[in-house]
Design a binder for this molecule. Structure first.
Ligand code: ZN
Length: 189
């Protein structure tokens, strides 16, 4: 035991004997090998590098920390899947939907957006009102085209064409509405 360092100032994590330190380093450098063959699951012989049954190469064993990480990941995944299943079951059950439907209360002014409400307010026939709404949609499209930004002259030209097409469609819809109104008016007379 002459090699044992007697110095009390030695740092605590360092083993007192240099021989012991070398042994520890060597033991840590050699990776732990797998106990069983991954292919035929037969046990490896002591110190063997290949499987004696199927010849599969002996791999390093998965380190305990990696195994723990994998277990944690698997648990998180399982919990997530279970939560998704319960959410899906809740969404597909009709009871939930009817509960949500009863809970949502539409404001009173929304009834003014009903089709027949507008129809009685404007005084147009159904077909004329539909044409009028299509025309309004086309005007909105022509306005929305203005949100596009042109970087090149070709882009700018294309945007002008889009706008012209939307406005043409709006004009056509309004003309159709006028014609439909006239014909329905004539029918009413
Ligand atoms: Zn094997």
């Amino acid at each position: 035991m002459s090699e044992v360092v007697q110095d009390t100032q030695q740092e605590f994590w360092r083993p007192p004997s240099p021989v012991a330190a070398d042994e520890i380093i060597v033991r840590e450098a050699v990776p732990a090998m797998a106990e069983t063959c991954p292919r035929c699951s037969s046990e490896f012989l002591l110190g063997s590098r290949f499987c004696h049954t199927c010849g599969e190469r002996r791999r390093e064993a998965i380190s305990p920390t990696a195994r723990a990480d994998a277990a944690v990941m698997a648990r998180v995944w399982e919990q997530g899947v279970a939560r998704m299943y319960s959410l899906g079951a809740a969404l597909t059950s009709r009871k939930t939907w009817s509960a949500v439907w009863n809970k949502v209360q539409f404001p009173a002014w929304l009834r003014y957006l009903h089709f027949h409400e507008i129809q009685s307010w404007i005084g147009l026939s159904t077909a004329a009102l539909i044409a009028f709404m299509i025309g309004l949609g086309c005007v909105a499209g022509a306005l929305l085209v203005g949100l596009l930004t042109a970087k090149t002259f070709v882009d700018w030209q294309a945007i002008q064409f889009y706008r012209a097409e939307w406005l043409l469609a709006a004009t056509a819809a309004f003309v159709a509405g006028i014609l439909l109104k006239k014909s329905s008016g004539r029918d009413g007379e």
